[in-house]
Structures are given as C-alpha cells and as structure tokens.
Design a protein around this ligand. Structure first.
Ligand code: SAM
Length: 167
C-alpha cells in the first residue's frame, strides 16, 4: 500500500506504517522540523525499513506536491513534537487544508486517521476548528466517525476517522 504519515514527529507512526505497508509499499512522511527527520531516519534505519519511506521536510498542507493519487491511508497525530519545542505545533488552518487535500488523494475505501491532542500548550482552537470542519464533509462521498473518551480527565485525545465511500 501507499500511505502517508502527515505528522512524522519522532517517527513512531512512520515506523508502524512502514511495517504495515510491506516491502513493496511506500510511505511518505511529513514534518516541518529538521529534528523530526533526523530522529525518524535513525529509527527507520535501525529497523531496516528506510528503503520504502520518503521523509519530506515540508508542511502536510503541501501533500499534493509529493504524493500521487490513490493512496490507502493517511495518519495525523496533532500537537507538538514530544520532547521538542511546544510552540511549534500543528495549526487549525494548515491542518484543515491538509485534511481536504488528503481526502482528494484517497482511493475508494481509503481512510484518514487523525488523533487530536488539545489543551495545555496545544490550546483548544485547532480541536474546535477540526471538529466543526468534519461535520461539513459531504456524507455521499466520505463517512466521518469521531471517538471521544467518556470518563477520562485532562483533555483526553479525540480520534477522527474519515473513510472515502466505495462507489
Ligand atoms: N506521530 C509522531 C510520532 O510518532 O512521534 C508525533 C507527531 S507530533 C504530536 C506532531 C508533529 O507535527 C510535530 O513534530 C510537528 O513539528 C509537526 N507539524 C506541525 N505542523 C506541521 C505541518 N504543517 N506539516 C507537517 N508536520 C507538522
């Protein structure tokens, strides 16, 4: 499969995707911070899967410059780089732009999985904008599921899953 990690960070999700995509698969992974690419490159090399991964130092809102049509999955893990600068996090406008472009690139039956972290240094603006935006997505073309913890404290993450309807 061809898949995308839209928020590379320290590469944990990129590594998972590389293992799942298989040796003939391809993973495109984005981050705006050089430190993310350095950490992820090391992780992939040690796991022996760096050959199927392309690390891209650019914003995920520019996904269409790098990724071909017909991808199986895109993963987003919003917020800031763990152990990094908390002021360099994902932002509402670029996240929503990336979501729109990713939806256009999906194959039928393809999915976008987004985990929304908020509160603390991440504030609430991005979460609120994303949750409002996904309500407006045309249900004839995409199904959207939002999963929220019912009994957790301290702003537990919210999962948003978008599936492109099979025609
Ligand atoms: N999935 C990562 C992992 O396994 O370690 C964690 C991701 S971290 C919560 C979010 C990342 O998104 C940060 O590394 C940040 O630099 C990156 N980011 C922020 N804005 C971005 C953008 N416009 N495009 C791509 N990445 C962005």
């Amino acid at each position: 499969d061809t898949v995308v990690d839209a928020t590379m960070g320290n590469g944990n999700d990129t590594l998972l995707l590389a293992r799942l995509a298989g040796e003939n698969g391809k993973v495109y992974s984005f981050d705006i911070q050089e430190a993310a690419l350095i950490n992820t490159e090391k992780k992939l090399r040690e796991a022996g899967v760096s050959n199927i991964v392309e690390l891209i130092c650019d914003g995920h809102q520019n996904i269409k410059k790098y990724v071909p049509q017909g991808i199986r999955a895109v993963m987003f893990n919003l917020g800031y780089l763990p152990k990094g600068d908390h002021s360099i996090g994902t932002k509402a406008d670029t996240t929503i732009e990336a979501l729109k472009r990713s939806m256009e690139l999906l194959m039928d039956g393809g999915i976008i999985m987004m985990v929304v972290y908020y509160g603390g240094d991440s504030s609430f603006e991005e979460k609120e904008a994303v949750l409002e935006y996904v309500k407006t997505i045309d249900c004839r073309n995409y199904s959207v599921l939002v999963c929220d913890f019912a009994n957790q404290i301290n702003c537990p993450p919210i999962a948003v899953c978008i599936e492109k309807v099979r025609k």
